[in-house]
Design a protein. Structure first.
Ligand SMILES: Nc1ncnc2c1ncn2[C@@H]1O[C@H](COP(=O)(O)OP(=O)(O)O)[C@@H](O)[C@H]1O
Ligand SMILES: [Mg+2]
Length: 264
């Protein structure tokens, strides 16, 4: 059975795109078939996996897939095990299209269904082809994020150890609850992933502890630290990245925890 996982939080710079990219890589190394759906108009995970500028995917992206409720024409093959449904800046027009039927190309493509279930319906056309579908989301509680949550079995709540991320968590949890009511899939919280932790800062440590006190049942034990080789995955990708082993070290522990949780 296919397992669909979203990484989300409405704050930027919390390692969402990096984590989705790394998970795709680790799953593929384990021989799993993976589809990565990029639901962020920034197209960061698209660029990471394809090593191409996201503008290359204009007219051939997740936006067109959503408008046609069928991703098959828009899937880009990354390698033997990873497929990508890429995004670019035009995904920012998703909301307008959803409520007016007007595409950015000026076509009229009306959508009559539940506005939160467009992605769910779209992915259903290909779900059986994959062991895992991973969804990257935008730093906002917009329609694309709601669609991602409604199309997922699990969500990883990304927590960058700072005050502004701490204050983002309650509203994100509310959005998860709404998705649980709207979609029959009933997304489960896989866990809260503490990330970008600066080991030299006492305030980072304090936020790590606070989130653990607030959500003791769901935080992952693994805490990802701020490390240059992880940051440089965005530069070098996964092919011929000489420091990849170093970059993936901490992620392997998180990956183990995640697999235990989603397979149980
Ligand atoms: N653990 C880490 N250590 C250092 N840099 C990181 C780490 N995780 C992500 N980065 C870098 O921080 C920035 C934000 O990460 P990103 O994955 O784009 O976050 P988001 O998708 O939540 O906005 C990127 O430049 C990325 O390369
Ligand atoms: Mg991102």
């Amino acid at each position: 059975m296919t397992i669909t996982i979203t990484a989300g939080i409405q704050k930027g710079g919390c390692s969402k795109s990096t984590t989705i990219g790394v998970l795709a890589h680790l799953l593929s190394e384990d021989g799993h078939r993976v589809l990565v759906a990029d639901l962020d108009s920034q197209g960061n995970v698209s660029e990471l996996l394809s090593q191409k500028p996201s503008n290359e995917f204009i007219g051939r992206s997740v936006l067109e897939a959503l408008q046609e409720l069928d991703p098959r024409k828009y899937i880009y093959t990354v390698n033997e095990n990873i497929d990508l449904l890429p995004a670019n800046n035009f995904l920012a027009t998703f909301q307008r299209w959803l409520y007016t039927g007007k595409s950015y190309k000026g076509e009229y493509i009306p959508y009559k269904g539940n506005p939160s279930l467009v992605l769910e319906q779209t992915l259903n056309k290909v779900r059986d082809n994959y062991d895992f579908i991973l969804i990257d989301t935008a730093p906002s509680l917009s329609e694309t994020t709601t669609n991602a949550l409604c199309a997922s079995d699990y969500v990883i709540v990304m927590f960058e150890c700072s005050n502004w991320c701490y204050s983002a968590i309650p509203n994100f949890m509310d959005s998860i609850e709404v998705a649980q009511e709207v979609s029959e899939r009933g997304v489960t919280i896989a866990g809260i992933l503490r990330t970008m932790n600066d080991v030299r800062r006492s305030d980072s440590k304090a936020f790590n502890e606070m989130i653990e006190e607030d959500y003791p049942e769901v935080v992952f034990d693994t805490i990802l630290t701020r490390k240059a080789p992880i940051g440089r995955i965005s530069l070098y990708g996964f092919e011929s990245n000489r420091e990849l082993t170093q970059a993936l070290e901490q992620y392997k522990n998180f990956y183990k925890e995640l697999m235990q949780r989603v397979k149980n």
